[in-house]
Design a protein around this ligand. Structure first.
Ligand code: HPA
Ligand code: ZN
Length: 338
């Protein structure tokens, strides 16, 4: 570790910054040990010898190779309490990482297709959020994601079921296999979600082209882009994102583990910041990609030589990019100026 990395880490420990995490999939926080615990509780037999055998499979070549394991592992989540335990464990870890506000992605379709009702999924997650707020003072909200590699009709059914559940939601997102599944396909679902007051975000420009980011903005009305790093291939798009202050929720360790970049140093984080893009740092699927928010920040401090001032602007971006209430954002912003 260089002296400057150690110095930045020490400053961050002495004066923690109020980060918001805006791109984390609750299903992506399912650790190998938890998979075994849940399988035992639900009397399921896993196709792995033990935790180590499962953990050894956490090597990915691209997004699809990760999604295959991610969806397989969901088989252990059945009852509402499984979702509660999963979400509370993540929120506890996020609190330890210094996260003050979370916007948690949930994939209802991935559970509904296995026969688990939306009420169990969102009920468990929302009760965990209430508990975490009580325990840690952390705030959290739910964003349901459309699986873009499933039929459009399934997305409409998902939206109907989450609205019918009556569980408070903040937004709608778009995830799963990106290439070949352009955002524009889901224009009507997003319009419908917007008419019910949901905020709109979309994964775009992770593996897919810059054109998918344009579609997320123009067809879906996305207010934030998840990943979005391929925007740099299109100057007019960079200008649009910078002028309209559209945040990009970048996930550094995810990009390395899914082969979006060969190594962290190749991630164009500095270029994005230099071009006035509103970048935030996030963990995506921390159980799979080797790190929670604190570990993503530490890796970036080491790879890009970020100093405390850089971290302060990343924390500020995360607050400004969040969908937290005005009062909560003002509270977190005031901590930055002390
Ligand atoms: N990308 C797209 N879809 C996802 C991801 C991701 O990183 N994690 C869970 N669903
Ligand atoms: Zn993601």
């Amino acid at each position: 570790m260089t002296d400057s990395t150690a110095e930045t880490l020490a400053s961050l420990r002495e004066q923690p910054l109020p980060f918001c995490e805006l791109h984390v999939h609750v299903e992506g926080t399912l650790q190998p040990a938890a998979i075994f615990d849940l399988a035992e509780r639900n009397q399921l037999t896993l196709p792995y010898r033990d935790v180590n055998d499962l953990a050894r499979r956490y090597e990915f070549t691209d997004l699809q190779s990760f999604l295959d394991l991610y969806y397989d592992n969901l088989s252990v989540l059945i009852e509402e309490r499984d979702y509660y335990d999963l979400a509370l464990r993540y929120l506890t870890r996020a609190h330890a990482a210094g996260v003050r506000h979370v916007e948690l992605f949930v994939d209802p379709q991935a559970h509904n297709m296995r026969g688990v009702p939306t009420g169990s999924v969102l009920g468990g997650v929302s009760k965990a959020i209430t508990q975490a707020t009580e325990l840690y003072g952390l705030t959290a909200e739910i964003i349901v994601c459309v699986l873009r590699d499933q039929p459009v009709a399934a997305a409409h059914r998902m939206l109907e079921s989450v609205l019918a559940s009556g569980i408070p939601l903040t937004g709608i997102g778009l995830d799963s296999a990106e290439i070949g599944n352009p955002p524009a396909l889901f224009k009507k679902v997003f319009e419908e979600a917007h008419s019910h007051g949901l905020r709109r975000v979309a994964h775009a420009g992770e593996e897919g082209p810059a054109e998918y980011i344009w579609q997320a903005l123009d067809d879906l009305g996305a207010e934030r882009i998840d990943h979005g790093i391929r925007c740099l291939e299109d100057d007019a798009l960079v200008t649009r994102l910078a002028v309209d202050r559209i945040p990009l929720t970048v996930c550094p360790l995810s990009n390395v583990r899914l082969g979006v970049v060969n190594e962290l140093g190749e991630l164009p984080l500095r270029q994005m910041l230099e071009r006035n893009l509103v970048v935030t740092i996030n963990s995506d699927d921390p159980a799979y990609f080797g790190g929670y928010l604190d570990e993503n920040l530490e890796a970036c401090i080491a790879a890009f030589g970020l100093n405390y001032t850089d971290l302060k602007s990343l924390a500020m971006n995360s607050i400004q990019a969040s969908f937290a209430s005005d009062a909560r954002r003002a509270e977190l912003m005031s901590e930055l100026s002390t």
